[in-house]
Design a protein around this ligand. Structure first.
Ligand SMILES: Cc1cc2nc3c(=O)[nH]c(=O)nc-3n(C[C@H](O)[C@H](O)[C@H](O)COP(=O)(O)OP(=O)(O)OC[C@H]3O[C@@H](n4cnc5c(N)ncnc54)[C@H](O)[C@@H]3O)c2cc1C
Length: 462
């Protein structure tokens, strides 16, 4: 009798990257697959914090980021159907293959109930908007988006799990992988933190940003090569939905890029949520800010982030620590997320509850503390953000209003980028590293594509 802990393929992490690896393998083969996930099953994922609280309960495993479905399970599920955002896949697959695989995974999301409507399709109105943006030094990137909505995303993830289980995939939640087992430069299994040992000749590691630190440690132990990634730091902007209506009606998620005049830094808008709300995000021991929009629940405000990208040069090689440090300053001063009116920032004074209350925009994130972001963000970041707001004022009058709310800080950490082949094989035979944890993707669609590519490689190299 064979070893019951022996599979053809083991997948570590059940975010979109891991899930799409499994879906592709069961669709095309009868290989045995085991999926190991450190978080809870989708139905059991629950964050204990309620909105009035400011501090994270520091659960051993964060249910927002971990569990069946990965970091995207509670996101508002915006499927960005372009190679231009959400990852670096074209570096590995080239343009044409990336585009065709984006269409392929989009088809699978559709099969699982994603809505047919795509926002941001090519149109004359879009071209006019793009042309106008050029006049103000802004580049508008067309981002076709399918919007699942938070509620729909979870329903879809439960259905996929059901289908994979029916197809014979073994799925074990609450099973964190501690160690990759390697013999003579060939991967042969994993050991979990619960002392489980599982064996396979092909292991796909898809631990997301949440598992990036663990992967960093394993990478160091196994002497895997890396390249550095940038850190993006900025604020979340909240304003009346009317101000951006003309743009969001055409583009839904308008991605503007801008190179600041003073520092020549790349500044961009990110994660736009028309009629959405601002939320806190708990990232281990720090609180940062993010935004959501729901399909069926609307506010009268729009939020988006303005992020400044920094790629540090030698000898500094700790972009994640730097981002965490800036975020922790906001937490130190405000006890969590800080909110400030743009007018107060420009006048060099803190926002107070009174000033916020008499403003034209009321915060959707009630737990944010009125404060002063100039004590938190370095001069360079503040200048870049204000320049960007002024540039956007030309596109959407009212953006740089003194009533506009700025929440700080928003930080996007990217994992160390691994040295990988074009099909995401590492230097260790049989070991694939994919998704956000590998530094190759930064969004649901590109993470999903990386899963399909790894599966295809495993199937072809049998
Ligand atoms: C609040 C939020 C909103 C977002 N909104 C969007 C959006 O609208 N559109 C979009 O495109 N992207 C969005 N993203 C980003 C998107 O969720 C990620 O890009 C995507 O989930 C990455 O997929 P992944 O499979 O690589 O990793 P993840 O989804 O992070 O999944 C990795 C999984 O691996 C598990 N894991 C980690 N280490 C181990 C280990 N040692 N053993 C076992 N399991 C482990 C984790 O628990 C996790 O479940 C959002 C992210 C967040 C946090």
């Amino acid at each position: 009798m064979g070893n019951i802990n022996k599979y053809d393929v083991i997948i570590v992490g059940t975010g979109p990257a891991g899930i799409f690896t499994a879906l592709e393998i069961v669709k095309r083969t009868s290989l045995s697959v085991l999926m190991l996930e450190k978080g809870h099953d989708i139905r059991k994922r629950k964050c204990p914090i309620n909105e009035s609280e400011k501090s994270c309960h520091k659960c051993r495993v964060c249910s927002i980021l971990c569990g069946w479905g990965g970091a995207g399970a509670f996101s508002d599920g915006k499927l960005t159907l372009t190679h231009e955002v959400g990852g670096n896949l074209t570096d590995y697959l080239g343009l044409e293959k990336t585009k065709s695989l984006i269409d392929y995974v989009d088809g699978i999301y559709l099969k699982y109930g994603a809505p047919k409507k795509v926002y941001g399709r090519p149109s004359t109105k879009y071209d006019d908007l793009k042309e106008k943006a050029f006049k103000y030094d802004l580049k508008l990137i067309r981002t076709p988006i399918r919007h699942l909505g938070t509620d729909k995303t979870q329903e879809m993830l439960a259905k996929i799990k059901n289908d994979l289980t029916k197809a014979g995939v073994a799925i074990r939640c609450n099973e964190p992988v501690g160690k990759l087992l390697v013999k003579s430069k060939r991967v042969c299994g994993v050991m979990t933190c619960n002392n489980g040992e599982f064996y396979a000749d092909n292991i796909v590691v898809a631990p997301g940003r949440e598992g990036a630190e663990w992967l960093k440690g394993e990478g160091r132990r196994l002497k895997l090569a890396t390249a550095n990634n940038p850190v993006d730091i900025g604020v979340r902007v909240e304003l009346p939905a009317e101000v951006f209506k003309e743009i969001t009606d055409i583009a839904y998620e308008a991605k503007f890029k801008y190179y600041s005049k003073q520092f020549d830094d790349l500044v961009r808008t990110f994660c736009m949520n028309p009629y959405g709300e601002v939320v806190s995000e708990y990232n281990q021991d720090i609180v940062t800010v993010n935004g959501h929009s729901y399909r069926d629940k609307k506010t009268d405000r729009t939020n988006f982030s303005i992020l400044v990208s920094t790629e540090f040069t030698q000898p500094f090689n700790e972009p994640i620590s730097y981002g965490r440090y800036i975020a922790s300053l906001a937490n130190l001063i405000g006890g969590g997320v800080i909110v400030q009116r743009l007018g107060d920032l420009q006048k060099g004074r803190r926002s107070t509850q009174k000033r916020i209350q008499r403003g034209l925009v009321q915060p959707t994130l009630k737990s944010a503390t009125p404060g002063d972001l100039s004590f938190v963000l370095p001069y360079r970041y503040l200048c870049n953000i204000v320049e960007m707001l002024n540039a956007l004022e030309n596109m959407a009058p009212g953006t740089a209003s003194r009533h506009t709310l700025l929440y700080g800080v928003e930080v996007k950490f990217y994992s160390l980028r691994r040295k990988l082949t074009n099909d995401f094989r590492s230097e260790i035979e049989g070991l694939y590293i994919i998704g956000d944890g590998a530094g190759v993707s930064r969004g649901l669609i590109q993470a999903s594509v990386s899963g399909v590519v790894a599966a295809d490689s495993i199937i072809n190299n049998r």
